[in-house]
Design a protein around this ligand. Structure first.
Ligand code: SAM
Length: 220
């Protein structure tokens, strides 16, 4: 069944996420798929102390905080006010000073701050892009590519189809996929086309699971 994008529902889901959700821990060795792909994404970003990183769908800000010692500045944006509150608490308790959070989305990253003026040269999105429909993903990636300072890189770690997802139904829970109006993963071939159309010079794709992958796109 084809579901439509429902931002209000998405906000509700993340505003009411239980404390013990799988988006708190960054230890990839505990076996959680989001932590695994997130930790890999940090490596693929190849962060530099001159970099400004934009983390879209930052959630409780765990990757923003983890990345902060390796770059100049991190901006985390999210549609959920509750996630942003948690992210700010997380930053305060971590003691890091170069991370800021704002309300914003793939559709409108500049809702609260003009990220286009911040010299962002790295972008990361962990388990957030799949909440958009395919045409929205295309638009979002093209907008981000336009914003990105060169040389720059966008790294996505997310649910994506390397194979027919119905063949892996018994693993949907393991990768937190639900056939609903909040989840719209794309095929890997579509994602490649999206990055090619946005002018990426190099695209690397890594399969982490039959239903989860990482895309690293470099813009020169
Ligand atoms: C599964 S969580 C992942 C959070 C974080 N990246 C992590 O790995 O801990 C997905 C996040 O994406 C956010 N999100 C959903 N739709 C979004 C959109 N259209 N734009 C920006 N963020 C969105 C949600 O509010 C949520 O915080």
């Amino acid at each position: 069944m084809e579901h439509q994008y429902d931002r209000r529902k998405l906000e509700q889901v993340f505003d009411n996420l239980p404390e013990a959700s799988p988006i708190a821990d960054i230890d990839p060795f505990k076996g959680d798929i989001i932590a695994m792909v997130g930790a890999l994404a940090l490596d693929y970003l190849e962060l530099d102390l001159e970099d400004t990183l934009l983390d879209i769908g930052t959630g409780r800000g765990r990757w923003a905080v983890a990345a902060s010692p390796y770059c100049k500045k991190v901006i985390g944006i999210d549609i959920s006010r509750r996630m942003l509150e948690d992210a700010r608490i997380n930053v305060a308790s971590s003691g890091v000073k170069n991370v800021e959070f704002f309300r914003g989305s793939f559709e409108d990253p500049c809702e609260e701050t003009d990220v286009f003026r911040q010299n962002v040269n790295k972008v990361v999105a962990i388990y957030s892009l799949h909440h958009l429909t395919d045409p929205m993903k295309k638009e979002a990636v093209s907008g981000l590519a336009e914003m990105l300072k060169r040389p720059g890189r966008i790294v996505i770690g997310d649910i994506m189809w390397f194979d027919d997802p119905s063949k892996h139904k018994d693993e949907w829970d393991d990768v937190y996929f639900e056939e609903s109006e909040t989840d719209h993963p794309a095929s890997v071939s579509f994602m490649r086309e999206v990055f090619e159309a946005s002018g990426a010079s190099e695209i690397e794709i890594l399969q982490v699971h039959p239903l989860v992958g990482l895309i690293s796109a470099t813009f020169l």
